[in-house]
Design a binder for this molecule. Structure first.
Ligand SMILES: Nc1ncnc2c1ncn2[C@@H]1O[C@H](COP(=O)(O)OP(=O)(O)O)[C@@H](O)[C@H]1O
Ligand SMILES: [Mg+2]
Length: 237
């Protein structure tokens, strides 16, 4: 469980997060909101890239903000970025093995093979990072997040740039992560249909504030949430 309590983040005059609280208890939870709402900042707080101005975060009862970023990784925090960090001069297998090497114990090569099979890349384990298409890069990145006993995996816009079919596959894969690894998953995405399909609960941010949080269907039906999205459509030509 991820408990965010009264988190505020200021960057100079910008209040990127304004007294945000939410307890994520589901296997897969969503974070949505217009551009600039503070979604990535919240993930940066969890990973330790950004310090809170005030507030607290606990993970399964651990005071998370007291852990240095590398200790959060050792604890089992994983993150995937919209631009995946895939080494071009390593194979798919070795890209994933590098991540597994940071984790203690176990048969790492066997675990890498198992996760590559799980994401559907078993037949491309020897392909070089530089030769991967965008979906293969995304899948490799997800396999990296799944090795080494993760406890919390965060995806920032994993659906970006994917086709409808690829997005469906991605959704099914994200939904399988809890059973496969035991990890909890947080997903930011602009694709509300992806969020609706895979997230049992969703937090909605707008201008750094929480405007809704709860079961995804309820949240998406909330007039305040619809207004926040319509508001953006009106100013976006
Ligand atoms: N490192 C930073 N320094 C200054 N301002 C930032 C920084 N990171 C984010 N912001 C600002 O905080 C607000 C929230 O940004 P962000 O969390 O990236 O939004 P989102 O991911 O929802 O689009 C924006 O106004 C953004 O310009
Ligand atoms: Mg963002």
């Amino acid at each position: 469980m991820t408990e965010i309590a009264n988190v505020t983040v200021r960057f100079g005059g910008v209040v990127a997060l304004n007294d945000v609280s939410a307890s994520f208890t589901q296997p897969v939870s969503g974070i949505i909101g217009p551009n600039g709402a503070g979604k990535t900042t919240l993930m940066n707080v969890l990973s330790g890239f950004v310090r809170v101005t005030s507030g607290s975060v606990s993970q399964d009862g651990t005071d998370f903000l007291r852990l240095a970023p590398h200790r959060r990784a050792r604890w089992g925090l994983r993150r995937s970025f919209q631009r995946e960090e895939i080494a071009g001069d390593l194979t798919v297998f070795d890209n994933v093995l590098v991540q597994a090497d940071n984790a203690p114990g176990g048969d790492r090569a066997a675990e890498v093979s198992e996760m590559l099979a799980h994401v559907g890349l078993a037949d491309r384990a020897d392909k070089m990072g530089r030769d991967l298409n965008s979906f293969e890069r995304r899948l490799t990145d997800i396999a990296k997040c799944m090795v080494g006993t993760p406890r919390l995996i965060m995806f920032d816009e994993p659906g970006g740039g994917l086709s409808v079919d690829e997005t469906k596959q991605l959704g099914a894969l994200i939904l399988s992560i809890r059973d496969k690894t035991g990890a909890q998953v947080l997903v930011i995405d602009h694709d509300v249909e992806l969020i609706r399909a895979i997230c049992s609960e969703t937090l909605v941010l707008d201008f750094g504030r929480r405007i809704a949080f709860g079961p995804t269907a309820d949240v998406l039906a909330d007039p305040k949430v619809k207004a926040a999205y319509l508001g953006t459509e009106e100013v976006t030509p």
